[in-house]
Design a protein around this ligand. Structure first.
Ligand code: 6R9
Length: 632
């Protein structure tokens, strides 16, 4: 039977409560959320400095927070290096020979790095970067598939104070080009190929196309995975192995100001131009360290498996930095959850004894389609804590995930953003769960649901999700665009506005309901409607375009585009395909609309703004709401 919206709504409101098992609770670092949360909020600076003291600083701070609204500086005056805490701190202890990273390739290949080996690789790469003349503050673009070199390259940049910009390897040449240009990178690190469900994806030629128009790029480093090896054009293009060969395996971590930029990560906003979100060494280190530790209850014995791609912020914070800061053993796997078959991840969980598994609602919904027989084939009893990120997890997917993994493991539904750097709203293992709710704010974080004026709305009323106080891992700015940064703190007075719609129930549990702005989440990927629209309009046949997100069973949302053709353009299936191919070329696979409809006009305001909300309501057969500003 099809579920109607009304039933879905009532299912959400049923608020089934899932209590932690005695075992989960007994193991947890945090035993009493309410008490700890209350303490952390009474004096957030004391809380955060207490956390920071668990890490190594080359020199101490004079002030925990300097808040000149909306600009924050954390651990003012301190010097540190995030890689010292990810690597040196561990290799000085028994963890030297502990496994840091287990990597499994799409073809089943395996590579294992101990902390000692990772440390040496990172140092070699850091020295190789230095040999190219790279200095603190220089930018490096990393366009790699999901291979260990990606982690090594990120850490090597951070070690010498260079700023990395990781670009997801599914992006097309124009998308890569604009990101290299904005960052003015001196070096690009890439690979000959990536693999996607057995298919070889030629990455190097994408880089060739992109770099042709990037005057700042002096060197392109290429990891060669295929034989015979592709030709490289010396001296600009160098082979990764040759580049590292002969470099010393020791390189001191550069002592950096706590506010020194660590990375830029481009993400979609409401205009066509992606935003370069800037994170820094000190505060980001503190925030990712403690959230990884408390949310996943991470212990030395755990094997931690996060399925994200490092091209996404989740990869940065919860494959690389957070887990390494905690000295964890990390499993990372190239490829898709259903290739070569839908047992892929379950098999890896059994094979490597995974105890913490962090995935996405879209992947769960995909695996649900293949049925419970797949997880049933494997021994998943080693699992202890589960996680979800990227979109709201619908209660059906939540229940399935919970059931097939044994019915007793808590699911940490973690809400956060590229801009927030760290998880902000999430259960901890000791917190009673309500399927579909990300539950409560993390320690030290003040979250609320408010109206446009910033007033808290009553329980269960919809409103905007906001954060009321700065937190250490918050972005510091938008690269080269400080005005765009300020919008986050100026939209609703005295609050950081996330752009999400949310409600808070009587117990203070937060229920995120999706984006309030023109951002779509397709299979967890954040896509700006404006980016897709501008790609469509760049096709010679298109005069105007409007893009909306439509509910989709597995992907959460799917892209639908409405286009107005230029006069005299013949309509037809060929044209629709040509437009899809065009978006593929301009932006990459994830941004290709599932549906394109040719229309004679688009709903607009008098000032010419396309009212996507009206299009969406019409598409879904809903009431469009207030249309008083509609031109026609
Ligand atoms: C980490 C990440 C951020 C947007 C965010 C929200 C959505 C992420 C969520 C969630 C409901 C969760 N989102 N996690 N919505 N519940 N647990 O996804 O970063 O790619 O920047 O996207 O994703 O809409 O505003 P990013």
């Amino acid at each position: 039977m099809e579920k109607t919206d009304e039933q879905f709504e009532s299912l959400q409101r049923a608020d089934r409560i899932v209590y932690p098992t005695a075992e989960t609770k007994a193991a947890a670092y945090i035993q009493d959320y309410e008490a700890e949360y209350g303490r952390s909020i009474a004096d957030p600076e004391a809380f955060w400095s207490g956390v920071a003291k668990e890490l190594h600083w080359f020199s101490p701070w004079t002030k925990v927070l300097e808040w000149t609204y909306p600009w924050a500086k954390w651990f003012v005056g301190a010097t540190c290096n995030i890689t010292y805490n990810c690597l040196d701190r561990h290799v000085k202890t028994w963890r030297k020979n502990k496994v840091a990273v287990i990597w499994v390739g799409e073809q089943g290949e395996e590579r294992v790095f101990t902390y000692g080996e990772l440390f040496r690789q990172v140092n070699r790469c850091a020295n190789a970067l230095k040999a190219l003349g790279l200095r603190t503050g220089d930018r490096v673009t990393i366009y790699l598939p999901k291979i260990p070199e990606q982690i090594v390259a990120m850490l090597a940049c951070a070690r010498i104070g260079a700023i990395h910009s990781v670009v997801y390897s599914g992006f097309s040449a124009p998308a890569l080009e604009s990101r290299i240009q904005d960052a003015e990178s001196r070096v690009v690190i890439t690979a000959d190929v990536g693999y996607d469900r057995g298919k070889r994806i030629d990455l190097k030629s994408v880089v060739d196309q992109a770099v042709a128009n990037c005057g700042t790029v002096e060197t392109v480093v290429v990891v060669r995975r295929e034989k015979p090896e592709i030709a490289l054009a010396a001296p600009k293009e160098v082979d990764w192995e040759n580049w590292l060969e002969g470099e010393q395996a020791s390189c001191e971590a550069e002592p950096l100001d706590a506010e020194a930029p660590l990375y830029i990560l481009y993400t979609s906003g409401t205009t066509g131009k992606p935003k370069g979100v800037v994170h820094v060494h000190g505060g980001y280190m503190v925030g990712t360290y403690i959230t990884t530790k408390y949310v996943f209850d991470l212990k030395d014995e755990d094997v931690y498996f996060c399925v994200a791609d490092p091209g996404w912020v989740t990869g940065h914070s919860y494959i690389v930095y957070g887990p390494l800061l905690n000295g964890a053993t990390i499993l990372t796997a190239e490829g898709k959850p259903d290739y070569p078959n839908p047992g892929r991840w379950w098999r890896l969980i059994e094979r490597y004894g995974v105890s913490i598994f962090y995935t996405t609602p879209t992947a769960i919904r995909l695996l649900m389609k293949y049925g419970e027989e797949w997880p049933k084939k494997y021994d998943l009893s080693g699992l202890r804590i589960l996680g979800s990120v990227g979109e709201p997890i619908n209660p059906e997917a939540w229940e399935w995930y919970h059931r097939v993994t044994g019915g007793t493991k808590p699911i940490m539904d973690t809400w956060w953003q590229t801009e927030t750097g760290m998880i902000l709203v999430t259960p901890l293992p000791c917190v009673p769960l309500k399927p579909g709710s990300a539950t409560r704010p993390f320690l030290g974080v003040e979250a609320d649901v408010v109206d446009r004026e910033g007033h808290s709305v009553p329980a269960n009323a919809g409103g905007f999700a906001v954060i009321k106080k700065p937190w250490p891992a918050m972005m510091r700015t938008i690269y080269k665009d400080p005005d765009r940064y300020q919008v986050y703190w100026n939209t609703i007075p005295h609050c950081y506005t996330a752009g999400d719609v949310c409600r808070k129930d009587e117990q203070g549990y937060l229920w995120f309901m999706g984006r309030a702005d023109d951002v779509i989440k397709v299979a967890g990927n954040r896509i700006g409607t404006a980016e897709v629209e501008s790609a469509l309009v760049s096709h010679p046949a298109v005069a105007e375009a409007a893009v909306i997100g439509k509910p989709h069973q597995t992907a959460g949302e799917a892209i639908k585009a409405f286009v107005i053709l230029k006069q005299g353009q013949p309509e037809g299936r060929d044209l629709i395909q040509a437009l899809k191919d065009h978006v593929l070329k301009e932006l990459g696979k994830i941004a290709v609309p599932r549906e394109i409809e040719v229309v004679p006009s688009l709903p607009k305001t008098r000032s010419g703004k396309i009212m996507r909300r009206v299009l969406k309501a019409k598409e879904l057969g809903q009431d469009p709401g207030d249309i008083s500003t509609l031109e026609e």
